[in-house]
Design a binder for this molecule. Structure first.
Ligand code: ADP
Ligand code: MG
Length: 312
């Protein structure tokens, strides 16, 4: 796959703060690249630098092997952007908004109509085409914002946290829509602080913290970085210190903790870890409500690498 975007040693400072600190990465043709990081980790700043909307201290940015600059209109024509803050016209309807933004790129009326219809279909706003933005729920408004950014069928699409504060139905609609954009051949850069979304959506992920790349790869590769292999949670249980110590002595157990009737156990490695635990609980006649086991998540990886949660 070709590299569509190349970023080398990008650094952006606000006074003394390094909002983006020496980032280098590529975006490959046809992929969805996720930028995952907590609030303030530099996702929006990175995107705005890539788009030449911000000037930056150091670094090199190329699209299609050509340098990006504020007046690189041949590149910009092929880009669609959905900003974090909704930016639509209150006095235009859903249809008129999408048509307006699409019309900045597509002059032929028939082609433009088709594009607007496709965008309406993609985000599922058909029943709302005559509504004004003020009449839309938060989720529908986000969907309109997306339609406005992508209606002209750009080759490269940037979406900056497009699902923040939307209802689950709109979120699913948005994620499905983004998948279809990729199926139709677009290359997509997607920022979020929701690890579940990058797992569903992204071919590759870059994890950012304090403006730096702390890890990158596919979600499976990233989860492979976790030193824990499995987490077991037992709810509705009462155990004393002695029990915790005995469980801690099981071959593959790494940590054991107990709080408010919930027992948490992490395992470094090994298979069938749960069997030993179930045997032990049965033998000692220890009752519980619920027991479940999970693989490490990207949040666990983030926690191990930075000492804090993704959503702090
Ligand atoms: N215009 C600005 N002036 C000063 N600091 C800023 C400005 N924009 C962003 N920052 C700071 O840069 C850092 C990265 O911000 P941002 O790129 O918005 O993060 P994210 O999009 O990941 O939430 C944060 O510490 C933020 O406070
Ligand atoms: Mg942001």
């Amino acid at each position: 796959m070709k590299n569509i975007i190349k970023v080398e040693n990008l650094t952006k400072e606000y006074k003394t703060l390094k909002a983006v600190d020496d980032l280098s990465f590529v975006v490959k043709e046809g992929e969805i690249l996720g930028l995952l990081g907590p609030n303030g980790s530099g996702k929006s700043t990175t995107i705005n630098c890539l788009l030449s909307l911000l000037n930056f201290k150091e670094g090199k940015i190329e699209f299609f092997d050509k340098p990006m600059s504020p007046d690189a209109y041949d590149i910009k024509r092929q880009i669609g952007v959905v900003f974090q803050d909704v930016a639509v016209f209150d006095e235009l309807t859903v249809y008129e908004n999408i048509e307006y933004f699409c019309g900045l790129y597509i002059k032929d009326a028939k082609t433009r109509r088709e594009c607007v219809e496709d965008a309406i279909k993609l985000v599922g706003l058909n029943d709302f085409r005559k509504f004004y933005p003020k009449q839309l729920s938060g989720g529908l408004l986000r969907r309109l914002n997306i339609a406005c950014g992508i209606a002209h069928k750009p080759k490269i699409i940037f979406l900056d946290e497009p699902t923040v504060a939307v209802d689950p139905q709109s979120r699913n609609n948005i994620l499905d829509g983004i998948k279809s954009l990729r199926e139709n051949g677009a290359t997509i850069v997607y920022t979020t602080h929701y690890m579940e979304e990058v797992e569903i959506l992204c071919d590759r992920v870059i994890i950012l913290d304090k403006g730096k790349i702390i890890a990158s790869g596919t979600t499976d590769e990233l989860k492979g970085l976790a030193t824990i292999e499995e987490k077991v949670t037992v709810e509705g249980i009462e155990v004393n210190k002695k029990v915790c110590e005995e469980i801690k002595k099981f071959k593959t157990v790494d940590t054991v903790s107990f709080e408010d009737g919930v027992l948490y156990i992490t395992y470094k490695k090994g298979k069938n870890n749960l069997n030993d635990l179930l045997d032990y609980l049965r033998k000692n006649d220890i009752k519980y409500d619920k027991i479940f086991s999970e693989r490490p998540t990207l949040n666990d990886v983030f926690l191990e690498l930075t000492g804090k949660e993704l959503r702090d």
